[in-house]
Design a protein around this ligand. Structure first.
Ligand SMILES: Nc1ncnc2c1ncn2[C@@H]1O[C@H](COP(=O)(O)OP(=O)(O)O)[C@@H](O)[C@H]1O
Ligand SMILES: [Mg+2]
Length: 274
């Protein structure tokens, strides 16, 4: 099993928008790429796709061209300056916001076809708990939930966890407190959330690491660059490097529990060959 190539698929969700989901998805991808991993980022925030902006990359095509049948996944992918292969979302296309189950399956299948090229696939899903968000999250091996220490972010993160656990039976959920005043305060936020989940959902969640508040993360976005490229020595960059290392150290997807559909066939093949 050790030699079996098995891409790790991580969905990044938040419940509420504006808490740093895209920032985490983009910078985690860059940190993994800088650690020598082959990384693709699927911008699945249809309708509000902004991973392109965070990378400062311009792409002529996006998933809407994949879904219309005009392009293949390889044709719409772009290599960012940071070495991440970006699968651009369909920004500003209102018809993409209400994406169908068939479309989601088409995207997931297309990702499956390029699986061999990557060690990690990071999926930036939309805010909220719509069925399409849940379909993407259910297709991942594990889920990173970004949240801030404010009442609405906490409530929405809890709502997302509730649907994922009680309705979909998903496991492998990791909390990522963002814009924390310190690592210790991020850990405290995790502990509070975990207590609530344990008490009311009968499920515990996992902690990965926190991302501290760092003005350079915001400055980097204004320069259309991930903070890891804009300010590698900043606290934000340090936090994303730690997140990447912890992600690399997690047990591989073949051992992780989940309802993985991305690369599902490949996992079955791997298990049969083992
Ligand atoms: N740890 C942080 N410190 C400072 N600013 C941050 C941090 N994380 C995110 N931001 C800023 O917050 C804003 C929203 O982030 P974004 O990733 O676009 O959120 P989402 O994808 O959840 O809507 C952006 O301006 C981003 O630069
Ligand atoms: Mg976003």
């Amino acid at each position: 099993m050790a030699n079996t190539h098995c891409p790790q698929v991580i969905g990044v969700a938040s419940g509420k928008g504006g808490v740093g989901k895209t920032t985490v998805a983009v910078n985690l991808s860059v940190a993994l790429a800088k650690a020598g991993k082959r990384v693709a980022l699927l911008d699945a925030d249809m309708g509000l796709a902004n991973a392109q902006i965070a990378f400062g990359s311009r792409s002529p095509f996006n998933v809407s061209h994949l879904l219309s049948g005009d392009k293949t996944l390889r044709e719409i992918m772009v290599r960012t300056d940071d070495g991440v292969m970006l699968i651009p979302g369909a920004s500003g296309r209102r018809d993409m916001a209400g994406i169908s189950d068939t479309d989601i399956n088409t995207i997931i299948q297309a990702c499956d076809d390029v699986a061999d090229d990557f060690d990690f696939l990071i999926v930036d899903v939309a805010a909220g708990i719509s069925p399409s968000v849940m379909m993407f999250l259910a297709a991942c091996h594990r889920r990173f939930i970004v949240l801030r220490d404010d009442p609405s972010s906490i409530a929405d993160a809890y709502g997302t966890i509730k649907v994922m656990t009680l309705e979909l039976g998903l496991e492998e959920i990791y909390l990522i407190p963002n814009m924390a005043t310190s690592q210790a305060s991020g850990w405290q936020l995790f502990k509070r959330m975990n207590e609530v989940c344990t008490r009311f959902l009968g499920r515990s969640v996992n902690y990965l690491t926190s991302v501290e508040s760092d003005d350079l993360i915001f400055s980097a976005l204004r320069k259309y660059k991930p903070v890891l490229s804009f300010a590698p020595a900043s606290s934000g960059s340090r936090d994303f490097r730690r997140m990447a290392q912890l992600s690399i150290d997690l047990p591989s997807a073949s051992q992780a529990h989940g309802h993985a559909q991305f690369f599902f066939q490949r996992l079955l093949d791997a298990e049969q060959g083992a």
